[in-house]
Design a protein around this ligand. Structure first.
Ligand code: HEM
Length: 143
């Protein structure tokens, strides 16, 4: 009976090593993942906005803005791959791009507050563009 527990040990070992080495989530990736959740919910809502849901949209947009601001204080993994003499410019460019998205989110909050839905839709599209360009420029290539 004692031996029946033995096969479970390799399994537990695998599970442990996966939890230690398998998830390479950096603090920035964690913020980005949180943003993805809020962004998805908001962009779906803004496609067909409902006046009575305004407060929920505003909260999501504020959450996104705060996460974006916090992301600006972290540095991308790719930084390590940039030659030392270009690193400063790389970080500066990254922070500038993040600040642009923060400004877009501030404008989005305004548009939601004033029920300017067509403007809110435009700003969501702009944010998507920022995401695409930001990832192209600052996210490390995946193997
Ligand atoms: C609403 C806008 C955005 C969303 C929803 C978003 C979402 C995500 C998600 C889900 C990841 C992790 C998974 C993956 O690598 O695909 C990620 C990674 C990353 N994103 Fe974004 N992103 C947004 C905007 C931006 C912007 C504007 C920038 C840069 C200016 C940026 C820079 C990065 C970087 C550098 C990583 C890699 C993480 C690391 O290096 O540790 N993202 N993003």
């Amino acid at each position: 009976m004692k031996n029946s527990a033995l096969p479970i040990f390799p399994f537990l070992l695998c599970l442990l090593s996966f939890s230690m080495f398998g998830q390479a989530d950096t603090p920035l990736e964690k913020k980005m993942d949180q943003m993805k959740k809020a962004y998805k919910e908001l962009s779906k809502s803004i496609e067909k906005p409902v006046e009575s849901e305004k407060m929920r949209y505003q909260k999501l947009a504020e959450e996104l803005r705060d996460l974006m601001k916090e992301s600006g204080k972290l540095s991308p993994q790719k930084t390590e791959m940039i030659p030392a003499d270009q690193r400063g410019a790389f970080i500066e460019g990254y922070q500038k791009a993040i600040n642009q998205s923060v400004a877009t989110l501030e404008a989005l909050i305004q548009a939601i507050q004033t029920s300017n839905w067509s403007e809110a839709q435009k700003l969501m599209a702009l944010l998507k563009q920022h995401q695409k360009e930001g990832h192209q420029e600052y996210r490390a290539e995946r193997p």
